[in-house]
Ligand binder design. Structure first.
Ligand code: ADP
Ligand code: MG
Length: 339
């Protein structure tokens, strides 16, 4: 095994060290990288660790430093709310009791279930038990037996989650996992905060592989430059997206994985097989006007494979960049991607 053997504490420390080095070198986060041009505004920059990943913030405002902590607090409180790994979270209450009345989680699930339907189940937040069994990204990562996988698959299926306004019900044995959209949801809440503060001129915030760009970073209103990480070389860019305001999410087979007998087992599962997706795509980046959607769609597309993924993005009017196993790059939709 290559990854997954490290203790949570060691991993956190490594993430922190990587973050320090990255911030020192290029001033940004691990998965997606932003290079900004010269600014004529005051700016503050901060990295931190939350949601099991690196957070970077760069805020342009009259007194930019005052906004760093509120943004961090949004991410932390959301993590305590929707993490299925935290037994005290509100989502864990749904998973243990089978029912919950909660507007925040219900709204998130509404979007998730829509993406599930439109992707034919490629995106499916009901696979908590299966993900837990693979445990990819933890020291317990392993390949479950075929029997175990088929047994666990019987406890998965997005149609086992039902919504009635803010009332959520899940069938017995089903465990909801919002891990595929948590970072995107955080970006949505952060965007609402940024927009509510009139002194903020612009900001770029990355929560692991999800990123938002807001407003301007200079008076000229130059575009933001969002770099996409090379899926097989973490020190390299694949290319740069030039964009105005919006949300970007990347899902890849390189974020969390382990190797056994020469096989790479990554953390995005295909509900048809109960195993890591093997669609031919190894990295998908999605750009759209919603954090939760960009995050859900990037996960869905990775499972779907290029052809169906392109159709899904078209349906949502979203844009994207796909990378396949042979490092072929496909650009979909209205996006300015330089590579
Ligand atoms: P990352 O968390 O690395 O940004 P994703 O956003 O693609 O990557 O989410 C992956 C996480 O989502 C997994 O760790 C797991 O918790 C959950 N997950 C895995 N497969 C699926 C799937 N097909 N649909 C929805 N959620 C999934
Ligand atoms: Mg995702």
């Amino acid at each position: 095994m290559k990854k997954g053997k490290l203790s949570a504490k060691t991993k956190k420390l490594i993430i922190k060290i990587i973050a320090v080095v990255l911030v020192a070198l290029i001033g940004t986060a691990a998965a997606l990288v932003v290079k900004d041009r010269k600014t004529d505004f005051n700016s503050a920059q901060k990295y931190s660790v939350a949601m099991n990943t690196v957070i970077t913030q760069k805020i342009y405002a009259d007194v930019p430093g005052v906004h760093i902590e509120p943004v961090r607090a949004i991410i932390n409180s959301l993590d305590g709310y929707i993490s299925c790994k935290d037994s005290e979270s509100v989502l864990s209450r749904l998973n243990s009791e089978g029912t919950l009345n909660d507007i925040l989680i219900a709204e998130a699930l509404k979007t998730c279930l829509e993406v599930s339907e439109k992707s034919g189940g490629a995106f499916d937040v009901s696979m908590g038990k299966l993900s837990e069994s693979w445990a990819i990204g933890t020291e317990n990562a392993r390949v479950p037996s075929d029997e175990e996988i088929s047994e666990l698959l019987s406890q998965c299926g997005y149609e086992k989650i039902t919504l009635d306004g803010s009332k959520i019900t899940v069938a017995e044995g089903v465990s909801v996992d919002l891990g595929a959209v948590g970072k995107g949801i955080a970006c949505d809440y952060i965007m609402t905060y940024l927009k509510s503060k009139t002194d903020i001129k612009g900001a770029v915030v990355s929560v692991g592989g999800s990123i938002l760009t807001y407003g301007q970073h200079n008076k000229a209103g130059d575009e933001w430059n969002v770099g996409i990480r090379h899926p097989r070389n973490e020190n390299e860019y694949l290319g740069i997206i030039h964009m105005t305001e919006g949300f970007v999410s990347t899902s890849g087979d390189y974020e969390r994985y382990f190797e056994q007998d020469g096989v790479r087992y990554h953390h995005i599962l295909d509900g048809n097989t109960g195993r890591p997706s093997d669609s031919g795509l190894i990295s998908v980046t999605v750009v759209c006007d919603s954090g939760i959607l960009s995050d859900a769609l990037s996960t869905a597309c990775l499972v779907l494979g290029a052809e169906k993924a392109e159709a899904l993005l078209n349906e949502y009017g979203a844009a994207g960049v796909f990378v396949d196993k042979d490092m072929n790059i496909t650009v979909v939709g209205d996006i300015d991607f330089e590579y």
